[in-house]
Design a binder for this molecule. Structure first.
Ligand SMILES: [Fe+2]
Ligand SMILES: [Fe+2]
Length: 120
């Protein structure tokens, strides 16, 4: 794992996630953006979970449960049919709010733990 003076990867990935959520509400957004959201979310969550496991982070179970709820929501929203513009706007708003709470809440605690640990 890359070692830096700060956990830049976590912040950078959160930025990308918010950018993808903005793209979803663009009028010409297609299903590829939704898939990108799902894939990027999965990669990001998996990386955080890898660190938590590696470092035996005490808040791991709670954090993974929160990720799982988001995964389920994204999966539900991807659903069977192609979302229209209104669907995408609702999805974008809902997930952006969820992610803001997660990133500035539970992820901040993880960040503090990672910063204090040897492995960043
Ligand atoms: Fe995160
Ligand atoms: Fe997280």
């Amino acid at each position: 794992m890359r070692k830096t003076s700060d956990i830049i990867w976590q912040d950078a990935q959160h930025q990308v996630l918010f950018e993808i959520l903005d793209l979803i509400r663009e009028p010409d957004a297609g299903s590829s953006v939704m898939l990108r959201l799902r894939d990027y979310t999965e990669n990001h969550f998996a990386l955080e979970e890898l660190y938590m496991e590696h470092l035996e982070y005490p808040g791991r179970d709670e954090h993974v449960r929160a990720h799982d709820r988001f995964r389920t929501e994204v999966q539900k929203l991807l659903g069977n049919r192609e979302p229209d513009a209104l669907d995408r706007e609702i999805i974008s708003t809902f997930l952006t709010e969820w992610l803001k709470r997660h990133v500035f809440g539970i992820d901040k605690k993880l960040e503090a733990f990672l910063v204090a640990s040897e492995l960043k």
